[in-house]
Design a protein around this ligand. Structure first.
Ligand SMILES: Cc1cc2nc3c(=O)[nH]c(=O)nc-3n(C[C@H](O)[C@H](O)[C@H](O)COP(=O)(O)OP(=O)(O)OC[C@H]3O[C@@H](n4cnc5c(N)ncnc54)[C@H](O)[C@@H]3O)c2cc1C
Length: 444
């Protein structure tokens, strides 16, 4: 699959691991979370090695829309209610600081990544009430938020929440430069982690600490991430020419779209669904119709999909992997807001690994329990996983190599998907998204 980022940024290739090695920290995964975590660890004077199964940025980071913002849909009004004002405030602060940190890094290291400051907007064409609540909540929590009636979108909105001073960039150009001084082994898949031994298909690395930045943490026990996350897929259409937008936009209505520009190209996003539960209508056809109506002069230049991990309470898991593995760390569950969340994770984990505490440790701790915030999702998504697992026992089922759920075919994305935990496979069975770590054997 290609995206505008994979087409426009060339990241120099790295060699695979050869033989066995020793280091202070191994980071598993060369996406935004892994590379940034390694970058800050190295800045703290730690010897760090990144292991990447494929290429730097070849995971979900290569297919994001790359808005750098602390505006994470209607999250602040929800978090205030479910986890309390202080936790909501710290969540917002960690992400807003992350947004600002990108700007500082890009300036300090003169990174050429088409970085542009833009305001972020949440809009509705139907009602204002929930947007008003979100603007009030975000403002109360110290974020740069306001409610507005007008936007520069080519249609009338009922209202919008504006966050000022947010940004967008080319994520792979950014990763190319930020990873330049790091030790990264590409085409090196971690197959097992045994205590301090990281076993790959090319050799073994002994490390004092291990960071799982593999998008979906693939060691099932301990940690049990498969029971506390699911994945959601969305669709992106790339159009040209479209006059540059003055902001980045996300709709909050049932049928809502995401808009951001890249030069004279527009990235139109749509169609969020649990991976493995594709909708009846073709999301690309819907987007094409909308594009023809709003931007009749524009032509399609590309299309792709991406997916992200969603936690039960809506807050990422950043911190120690499990009570039973104090030297393992994890960064996952970014809920489609992985640019600011990866930066927040990198800052938090690099402090924790160097023995320091941060005000955000408890907020993102993977060991937290927010029962009120998690109960409904636990029931709904737990049931989906049980259904997928039991369907996996039926005759003729194509089973996911992760836990054996029955795979389903997504005809819009032309991929096999696991309806339980979201693993993805190309038409020929080649693995393209975890938590599964092997291709489907019947095709291999
Ligand atoms: C449609 C869509 C649009 C989005 N737009 C935005 C946006 O505008 N702004 C925003 O903030 N967020 C956005 N997101 C979310 C964001 O893209 C992700 O949260 C983020 O890219 C995840 O980064 P990551 O480093 O955790 O994962 P990845 O980029 O997937 O990196 C994980 C890496 O780990 C490697 N790996 C996996 N298993 C192993 C193994 N066993 N051994 C070695 N390596 C391994 C993989 O190959 C991969 O390269 C969007 C998500 C979607 C679905």
């Amino acid at each position: 699959m290609r995206s505008i980022w994979t087409e426009t940024a060339q990241i120099p290739r790295r060699n695979p691991l050869t033989g066995n090695k020793r280091t202070e920290v191994v980071v598993i995964g060369g996406g935004m979370a892994g590379i940034l975590t390694a970058f800050y660890l190295q800045r703290h004077g730690i010897h760090v090695v990144v292991l990447e199964a494929n290429r730097i940025g070849s995971g979900q980071t290569g297919y994001t829309t790359a808005k750098i913002t602390s505006q994470h849909n209607l999250i602040y009004s929800k978090l205030e209610k479910t986890v309390g004002k202080e936790t909501a405030r710290l969540y917002g602060k960690a992400n807003q600081l992350a947004v600002e940190e990108y700007g500082k890094l890009i300036k300090r290291y003169s990174i050429q990544c088409h970085y542009e400051q833009k305001d972020a907007y949440l809009y509705s064409v139907q009602e204002s009430e929930k947007l008003l609540k979100e603007a009030e909540s975000a403002k109360r929590l110290g974020l740069p938020a306001s409610f507005v009636r007008e936007t520069k979108l080519p249609f009338q909105v009922h209202g919008a929440v504006r966050f000022t001073g947010q940004a967008q960039f080319n994520p792979l150009e950014f990763l190319r430069d930020i990873s330049a001084g790091l030790t990264v082994y590409e085409r090196t898949r971690v197959v097992k982690v045994q205590g301090h031994e990281v076993v790959t298909d090319k050799g073994v690395i002994k490390a004092d600490k291990v960071v799982f930045a593999s998008h979906y943490p693939f060691v099932n026990v301990p940690g049990f991430y498969f029971a506390k996350m699911y994945q959601e897929k969305s669709y992106v259409l790339e159009l040209e020419p479209v006059e540059a937008l003055d902001g980045m936009y996300l709709g909050v209505d049932k049928k809502a779209y995401s808009f951001r520009n890249y030069g004279d190209r527009l990235l139109l996003g749509y169609g969020s669904h649990r991976t493995g539960k594709a909708p009846a209508e073709n999301p690309f056809s819907t987007m094409k119709q909308v594009a023809e109506h709003l931007f009749p002069q524009a032509e399609e230049r590309g299309r792709w999909t991406a997916q992200d991990c969603i936690t039960l309470d809506g807050i990422p898991y950043i911190g120690t992997y499990s009570f039973f593995r104090p030297d393992w760390y994890v960064a996952t569950g970014f809920g489609k807001w992985g640019m600011s969340s990866s930066m927040a994770a990198a800052k938090i984990l690099s402090m924790q690994i160097t023995g320091k505490r941060t005000p955000y440790d408890a907020v993102f701790s993977p060991q937290r329990h927010h029962l009120k915030a998690s109960a409904l999702k636990f029931a709904v998504h737990g049931l989906e996983s049980v259904k997928g697992l039991s369907a996996g026992t039926m005759p003729g089922a194509i089973n996911c190599p992760h836990l054996g759920c029955r795979m389903v075919w997504n005809r819009y994305d032309k991929r096999w998907e696991c309806p339980c935990h979201g693993s993805g496979f190309e038409i020929n069975g080649k693995i393209c998204a975890g938590p599964a770590q092997q291709s489907i054997p019947f095709i291999d």
